[in-house]
Design a binder for this molecule. Structure first.
Ligand code: AMP
Ligand code: MG
Length: 326
């Protein structure tokens, strides 16, 4: 697979379209409306719309590929949700004219649970809470073969393109191909440039990024670790896999995700890390769990063999792993 492979082209096109759809919905959403899934996490019409569109585009080009994706249409098909389904369909129609609600549900349901062989892992909106808050979110798509991530795309529609102009142009697309490096493009897929992790060698100069949501990671342990390493700069809290993107382009040095004490046995989903991890690694970074084990994308939807995650510029990885043994 190279930069011009149909997999890469299709994934980029799908991510660009989904991110345009999500931004349109985000602009229109009054007061962060959402409905609750059975696990009570917020899900918006954008999650459904993004998944429908990406699954449709991938299945059209690769009919034999499996897509492991976060959403399904069960809730959406309930009679009480007909208004929501209508709205999802209306939004999709702006991109794929004449789509019916039935088609939209069937595209969403291209998503399956079968994470083996060659498959795509999709989070149609990673960081839904950030999306609803008007903060960061990402559309995350990865191609996995035999447990190894071969291709990762992260669309971060609300992320500033250039750290020196935080209020400047927004919308980034990150792309990585195994053995081929990591790249950042603008939201339309142009202006492609290689990105690299930071070269910080002194732990005290490191900058940490972590989740905004306290239930998703143990902020207190992160803070203790920062003290131990004499890190003085405040942590940068950000939703979604955009954290992997800003680490890959050298803006931060460490992305810590020590499991929260609220849910110490939590197992991470593959779609929450597959795309981001290859983008960090191909930019020169290192990605493991907090025990130093490689991330496991071969055991199904959950990363059963891992405990939290640690992402670094590579140089500081061992030092941080040691410091985590406290
Ligand atoms: P972030 O924006 O980095 O906080 O991560 C968002 C992701 O965290 C969501 O996609 C969820 O799948 C995931 N998540 C939900 N609950 C937990 C938890 N208890 N620990 C870690 N991650 C979680
Ligand atoms: Mg997610």
């Amino acid at each position: 697979m190279d930069q011009n492979s149909p997999e890469v082209m299709t994934a980029i096109q799908a991510a660009i379209k989904a991110s345009a759809l999500c931004e349109k919905i985000r602009m229109d959403l009054a007061g962060g409306e959402s409905l609750l899934k059975s696990d009570r996490s917020p899900v918006t019409i954008a999650d459904y719309g993004s998944q429908a569109m990406i699954c449709k585009l991938i299945k059209e080009r690769f009919p034999n590929d499996t897509i492991v994706a976060e959403e399904d249409s069960k809730e959406l098909r309930r009679p009480g949700c007909s208004k929501t389904l209508e709205r999802v369909t209306d939004y999709i129609n702006a991109f794929i004219p004449d789509s019916s609600s039935e088609e939209v549900c069937s595209w969403i349901d291209f998503g399956s649970n079968s994470a083996s062989g060659r498959f795509w892992a999709l989070d149609p909106i990673d960081g839904t809470k950030g999306f609803l808050r008007g903060d960061q979110y990402a559309i995350a798509l990865a191609l996995i073969e035999k447990g190894r991530v071969k291709l990762g795309i992260l669309a971060c529609p609300n992320l500033y393109a250039d750290i020196h102009h935080p209020f400047g142009e927004k919308g980034c697309l990150f792309l990585a191909l195994k053995g081929n490096g990591s790249f950042q493009m603008d939201r339309w897929g142009v202006n492609k440039r290689p990105i690299f992790v930071s070269k910080v060698t002194n732990p005290s100069e490191a900058v940490i990024t972590e989740s905004v949501e306290p239930d998703h990671a143990d902020h207190l342990t992160h803070q203790r670790l920062a003290q131990k390493l004499n890190i003085s700069k405040p942590s940068l809290r950000m939703d979604s896999q955009a954290k992997y993107g800003i680490l890959a382009r050298g803006e931060v040095t460490l992305y810590l995700r020590v499991p929260s004490s609220a849910e110490p046995g939590y197992k991470e989903n593959i779609w929450d890390h597959a795309a981001g991890s290859i983008i960090a690694e191909e930019a020169g970074g290192r990605v493991t769990d907090v025990m130093g084990r490689p991330l496991d994308f071969s055991s199904g939807i959950k990363m059963e063999k891992n405990h939290g995650t640690l992402v670094s510029n590579g140089i500081l990885h061992e030092t941080v792993l040691k410091a985590l043994e406290m």
